[in-house]
Every structure is written in C-alpha cells, then in structure tokens.
Design a protein. Structure first.
Length: 281
C-alpha cells in the first residue's frame, strides 16, 4: 500500500519553503536585510517568497538551464536572478560572493542545521497523519531533505525504514555511503535537475550515514517513465526529481514488498513547454 507526501502542492511548488522559512526568518531576526541563495530553482523560489514576505531584498543564482517557470516565479516574488554554470558547485561560491559584497546572508540550499530542521517537519507530518508506516522514500540531492526527514522519523520510530533515491548519473551519496566518506563525482547532466549535486553536504552526510537505511538508483529512462505515468494516469505534473521516488516504486527498486510506503513527491515546478521532452515515448 502506498501514500504520497504531496510537496509539489506546497507553497512555491516544493518542499524547500520549509527550510527557507526557518533560515531566512532567523537571519532577519539577526538584522539581515539582504540574502542570497544558489538554486536550481525551488530553493530560490522559497527564499524569494520568504524574503518578500519579510520585506527584505534577495538575489538568487540559478543554473544556465534553469526552467523559465522557476525564473519567472523568483522574479515574481521581487527577487533578482543571476545565471551561473550548471552545478551547485558553480552556483554556491557565486552566491556567497554576492552576499559578502553587501554584508548579506547566504542561505544554503541544504547544508545547514536550520534548513535540515525545516525539511524535517515533513517527517513529523507523516508520523502525525499516518499509522503503521513501514518506509519513507525520499529523493536525494545535497541531502537536506532526507537528512531532516530521517532524523524526525528515526528519532520517533527507529523501525520505520528511510530509503533514498538517486539517479544513476548523479549517484554521489550512493558512492559516498559505499566508501564510508564523502566521494565527489565528476559531474552530471541528469534530467532530475534538482538532484544535480557532485557530493553530499558536509553536515548532511553524517546524518545520512546514521539514519538512512539504503539508497537505490534509477535510470534516466525510468525517471521519464515515472514522470509520464504520473502525468497521464494521476493527472499530476511533478518534477523529474520527484519522479525518481515513483520510479523506485514502479521498477521494484525498493528492498521489500507488501509494505506501507510513503513516497515524498518533492516538487512540481516544471516548465510546461519543456515537459514534452520528459515524456517517455
């Protein structure tokens, strides 16, 4: 039996609003009037939304191929956008430079205790809304989402399994767990743009090591097929990053059967014009 945590229906279209609200609010309480972020789009939208609500200025550094819908959403929340590279390792240093130039605060996308704690509220919601959950399946990029959820789940009920999902072509956390240390990969062009990291975070990785039971991998074709299935059969538009967890369930990647599973659908900010390229033909 399966359930989903529908973060694609969350404010700003993704789970990122949780961590961003926690971190930006804390920064403002310390006197910040300007914040920056590095994002494939969702974290940027979340930071922009919260900054606008708190009436401070924000600048978001996005990849060169960021979807138009994400850029327009960021700008719609009165934040400015700068494009830089294709990987988080390109964007993060640039966003930090921009923050330092104006004595602002850089809002990390995942490697921060307040960000992780904010994302962890998903785990608390799952526990409060469902009984007898056997496993929670979570996509992995930098690790902020799964580390927060895993902490909340395991500290409440260690018997619940937490399974991470990565694309085969962005398997940095999978490799890092196998080797017992942070292991960077050369790069990735996975269609799951929200998961394009080259290594797990310094803070998130130890949490993943402690609490995550297993990581499974899905192929690009499997991601496309899952994306297509959700669109055609469930009438929901989700991101390829979210489709990874659906793919893990569809293609029997999970290390168990006949269990009550919650799949975390992390976001739904897809450029509709580009979605045709994500459909499995």
């Amino acid at each position: 039996m399966g359930s989903s945590q529908a973060e694609h229906l969350q404010k700003t279209g993704a789970f990122k609003i949780r961590g961003a609200a926690n971190k930006v609010t804390e920064a403002v309480s310390q006197g910040a009037r300007y914040v920056t972020a590095a994002s494939s789009g969702n974290h940027g939208q979340a930071v922009a939304y919260i900054a606008n609500a708190l009436q401070i200025e924000a600048k978001i550094v996005v990849p060169e191929d960021a979807s138009l819908c994400k850029i327009e959403a960021i700008e719609g929340y009165n934040s400015s956008v700068e494009k830089c590279g294709y990987l988080s390792s390109d964007r993060i240093p640039r966003a930090k430079v921009l923050a330092n130039k104006r004595q602002g605060v850089f809002i990390p996308p995942y490697d921060d205790p307040l960000i992780m704690a904010g994302q962890g509220t998903i785990g608390l919601e799952i526990l409060s809304q469902l009984e007898d959950v056997d496993a929670v399946v979570v996509p992995i990029g930098g690790g902020g989402l799964i580390s927060g959820i895993a902490t909340a789940i395991k500290e409440s009920n260690p018997a619940i399994r937490v399974i991470g999902v990565e694309p085969e072509t962005a398997n940095d956390t999978y490799l890092s767990l196998a080797k017992g240390e942070i292991t960077p990969i050369a790069g990735t062009t996975t269609i799951a743009d929200g998961l394009r990291t080259i290594q797990p975070g310094d803070l998130t990785f130890p949490v993943v090591q402690k609490y995550v039971d297993e990581i499974v991998l899905v192929s690009e074709d499997e991601i496309k097929e899952a994306f297509t299935f959700v669109l055609e059969r469930m009438k929901q538009l989700i991101e390829p990053s979210s489709a990874t967890v659906v793919a893990a369930c569809m293609f029997n990647k999970l290390p168990f059967t006949n269990k009550r599973v919650v799949a975390v659908i992390s976001g739904g900010n897809v450029d509709v014009a580009n979605s045709i390229n994500l459909i499995k033909k």
